[in-house]
Design a protein around this ligand. Sequence first.
Ligand code: NAP
Length: 483
Amino acid sequence: MVSRIIPVEDFDLVIFGGTGDLARRKILPGLYRRFFAGQMPDEARIIGAARSDMDQMGFREMVREAIFEFADKKYQDNKKIDRFLDHIDYVAIDARGEAGWEALKGKMRADVVKAYYFSVAPSLFGDLAKRLQSFGIADDKARIVVEKPFGRDLETARQLNKDLAAYFDETQIYRIDHYLGKETVQNLMAVRFGNILFEPLWNSQYIDHIQITVAETVGVGGRGEYYDKSGAMRDMVQNHLMQLLCLIAMEPPNKFEPDAVRDEKLKVIRALQPVPAHHIVRGQYDATADEPSYREDAGDPRSRTECFVALRAEIANWRWSGIPFYLRTGKKLRARGSEIAVVFKEAPHSIFGPQDAKSPNVLVIRLQPDEGMTLQVTIKEPGPGGMRLVDVPLDMSFAEALGDEVEDVPDAYERLIMDVIRGNQTLFMRGDEVEAAWAWTDPLIQGWIERHDVPKPYDAYSDGPDDSAMMLHREHRRWREIR
Ligand code: NAP
């Protein structure tokens, strides 16, 4: 298979927070990989911007170190890195003051795409947007990229939307959810809407339920105090899991275009039913012999913040009425893995007799590790001895199917940044989507506060609290094993 790298148009990309953790771990190594793949135009420039007093050479060295630390070994080629660093510049700037803005203005070129990546605390978004306008460097070719968290509830998200809308049009605002940049997530859309096979089955008549799991093995560790202010519902469910839910449940958009896709996602969020208290389980991991408990990590022995949440959602529309969507995410679980499992109903009548009845068909979309898809089907066990049935996976690992090509597949951040340059908002959240998501999660969080709900303890490196398994058991279902 021939990989097709299409260079993007010329751009100036400014990374506010260019010296921060996200820039060093993801954004800069990701841009280097795009350069390595030949997707970056010769004239394109990347300008780091932060308060730190640093010159161009100092920042270039920081970028080199970040590449050596966070990019794969095969990309660690000093000659290539030197050529990439020719594209890199730096300006010391204060988002809240006037320092550095004239210098930045002097560096921006007219008539090229200007992308401003806000890789800073959300409290600085408004200040940055305002100054980009007042210093005259936010023309029609300008766009801004904002990171999560986008608010901590509906009210703060609305305020952020207002702060940005005062200076930028919605078509210029790119709210990143890096889950949407994953190859499999886009493949989910390709599978659903590019084949005739699945769509006729994609409804309450043929699907029994859907599970979405994002499991991590790491705890909150050094970020405990920070994490304790948000929790799994705000940190993961309101954005990543709900976005996956939207893509799996939405109606086919009439075109694969930003607003057509986002309109359909919004309808899903708006059709989500309120979740009763007995359909949500929250948890906190216990200590092990060598490792602290969640509460110790959070530095608060009475913390009521959840680092695990499992819930049962329902979408009130014709397609999905009555079908449960089970969502779960947590820290320090048995294994690291993100997947969506579409569990189909059993065949209406088994011609092979009840003793041979096998599991239902399951379509599993794996996001990490090893992105790919599996369709579990029932076949005849090979060999003599009559008709014995067995379940086998029809497995499509992208790494195997695409061979070496898969290594050149951009990771989520790379792809999304290139989409920003191309001006394609399909994989970015629109303001009304984010607000609708908060409007669904806010009452759930508020309910816990009013009921003085205390998260259930669970063993570190397990499947989470027993109540999570019970929630499905009551309905004669069970979670897929986290592997
Ligand atoms: P970080 O490591 O604390 O970096 C913050 C950056 O902002 C630094 O470069 C800092 O540099 C700069 N900064 C702070 N105040 C500034 C000001 N007044 N003017 C200009 N620059 C200023 O944070 P981070 O982890 O990179 O996160 C950045 C954003 O991404 C946050 O919104 C975070 O929630 C989000 N995010 C991060 C991750 C991640 O994995 N790290 C993942 C998802 C989302 P100076 O101190 O030199 O100014």
